[in-house]
Design a protein around this ligand. Structure first.
Ligand code: GAP
Length: 542
């Protein structure tokens, strides 16, 4: 089957998300709210499964990571210490004509003829506006296009019938100073802080300003000491957290990819500074060693190997939930791209239909965050290492992933159009969401072959109730069996169980209490005993 084009594919995915209840526009009946999304029944299950898989792999399957669940609004000094108050901003520009706001780095470079005006006067010359303005149009296009836009600009400034003044032109190449939508000049780029503000308490004064956290990470740093004390962990160890984050993004876009409210899954993994490793182990193993192994953590590992270790752990985790290595790109940020405190950052990118974009960043942040909080709070973040007999502020490796972005990646990755036979064996097109069973919203659908046979319905409901305590089950008796399979294919349900007359023993005792188990991807059906169904399915979905 021909592959749908990128834009067309995204449209199909967005429409399936709404139709099947993965993702809805927030506040839709009021016209929506840009950058905010709601997850419907299937989307809510998908997100829960993502978070549970991450939490399990980060904490329950490891000895050296514990969890935290901190508040969204925290002391505003935290954001001063972390640098968010002063530097967490994007450069933005406004269209001088429509006032529409853009991120400066998202304006595409254009070439053409720029028309400059020094101002305009009213038809009768009674009113004047001295604001300079400029319009960019494609080379060769009639000057009247530029003049029309310029007149609109001066009309907005109170001139009813503007006569343009001081027109001159210039040929410009690769400029990002003009609105690609209408050619109007943009304002100079200026920083726009992305934190969402609110007031805590009954008085709306500057003293009561607080912020909805723009990342979950800072709570981990400020609870480092408390968590260390109660968990009896020793460096190297980690603290992880899943939770909401808010950013007043200038241009939310690409469906849920860049939202204003989203969830993060972050780990701060605290390690010894390299000098302490050197003192204790005699040398520091690093990436430049002849054959550096990053499989099993070693006391001799410096930050480089811990960083690489986490990059590999994270990629393995993505593979375990169905994002193959071929769908991911490991991007090592260049020196000039690194944040000032970062020693190295690797972005794990996913090949979305709209481009290869970041899913997760894994940064080696040194001791920047703990040192900043030590400075701003006046509380020591020092750690006494019994084994190394040294006191230091731990360094940190931070794998930081977005739940919503990952949900979108999994949806894009799962979307597939192919052909499947209907009840009469005739091939028909189907949309199938090939979710890995671990993250599929519904694990198994249970169908009685016929709705109007009470014995079949009764038995099917018994099977549903048998499976329910172990996994998410969907019971469906409406319509032809082929239709019911198609509905589950679109929901991404990996397994279907059909209760038929053989189950009831009508074809003899050998098949009594057996059902057909259908695999969504191979469409193969096998006969299995009801008594073995739970263990067979658990094996496949864990
Ligand atoms: N503590 C580090 C940190 O927050 P980040 O690269 O700004 O780093 C980490 O964010 C992850 O959070 C991103 O890789 C992405 O998955 C997710 N994320 C960030 N901004 C987002 C947004 N506006 N919408 C959806 N997800 C976002």
């Amino acid at each position: 089957m021909a592959e749908p084009k990128t834009g067309e594919l995204m449209q199909k995915i967005v429409s399936l998300c709404k139709r099947r209840g993965f993702i809805f526009q927030s506040s839709e009946i009021y016209g929506g709210l840009n950058g905010f999304w709601d997850y419907g029944p299937l989307g809510a299950e998908l997100k829960r499964n993502i978070k549970e898989c991450w939490w399990r792999s980060m904490t329950q399957l490891r000895e050296d990571v514990v969890g935290l669940d901190a508040s969204i609004i925290m002391h505003p000094r935290i954001w001063e210490a972390s640098g968010h108050t002063s530097t967490f901003s994007d450069l933005m520009v406004d269209c001088l004509l429509t006032k529409k706001r853009f991120r400066a780095d998202q304006i595409e470079a254009q070439s053409g003829t720029a028309y400059f005006y020094t101002g305009a006067s009213d038809g009768q010359g009674s009113k004047e506006c001295k604001d300079a303005f400029s319009v960019l149009i494609a080379t060769g296009k009639h000057a009247e296009y530029a003049r029309k836009v310029a007149r609109q600009f001066y009309q907005e400034r109170g001139l009813e019938n503007p006569a343009l003044q001081g027109e001159r032109t210039d040929e410009l190449k690769n400029t990002t100073r003009y609105n690609p939508e209408n050619g109007s000049l943009l304002t100079e780029p200026r920083p726009f802080n992305l934190m969402l503000k609110t007031y805590v308490g009954p008085v709306e004064s500057a003293d009561n300003i607080s912020y909805l956290r723009p990342e979950t990470a800072q709570a981990i740093f400020v609870q480092f000491k408390n968590t260390l004390e109660v968990s009896r962990q020793r460096v190297p160890f980690g603290i992880c957290q899943i939770g909401k984050a808010f950013r007043n993004e200038i241009n939310p876009r690409n469906f849920t990819f860049r939202s204003r409210e989203f969830e993060q899954m972050e780990l701060e993994f605290f390690i010894r500074p390299d000098e302490v490793v050197q003192k204790r182990a005699g040398s520091v193993a690093s990436l430049s060693d002849p054959q550096p192994s990053t499989l099993n953590p070693q006391p001799s590992w410096g930050w480089e190997l811990w960083h690489k270790y986490w990059v590999e752990q994270r990629i393995k985790w993505y593979e375990s939930i169905g994002l193959g290595r071929d769908t991911l790109v490991e991007y090592w940020q260049k020196k000039e791209e690194l944040a000032h405190y970062a020693k190295a950052t690797v972005d794990i990118l996913f090949k979305f239909p709209f481009g290869t974009q970041e899913l997760e960043g894994i940064a080696a942040r040194g001791d920047f965050d703990l040192t900043q909080h030590q400075k701003f709070s006046g509380k020591s973040m020092g750690y006494f290492d019994e084994e190394a007999k040294a006191k230091y502020v731990p360094h940190v490796i931070e794998p930081s992933a977005g739940v919503d972005r990952l949900a979108l990646a999994l949806i894009c990755n799962a979307y597939c159009e192919d052909q499947a036979p209907d009840e009469k064996g005739k091939l028909e097109s189907r949309v199938v969401m090939r979710f890995h069973p671990r993250i599929a919203p519904i694990k198994v659908a249970v169908f009685p072959l016929l709705k109007n046979k009470p014995e079949l319905v009764k038995k099917a409901k018994t099977v549903r109730d048998l499976l329910r305590p172990h996994m998410s089950v969907f019971y469906d008796e409406a319509g032809a069996i082929g239709r019911r399979y198609r509905r589950q294919d679109e929901a991404g349900t990996p397994f279907g169980v059909t209760i038929d007359f053989e189950t009831l023993g009508e074809q003899g005792p050998a098949l009594q209490d057996t059902v057909t188990l259908r695999d969504r991807d191979t469409m193969k059906q096998e006969r299995v005993k009801i008594s073995e169904l739970v263990s067979i399915l658990l094996e496949k979905i864990r």
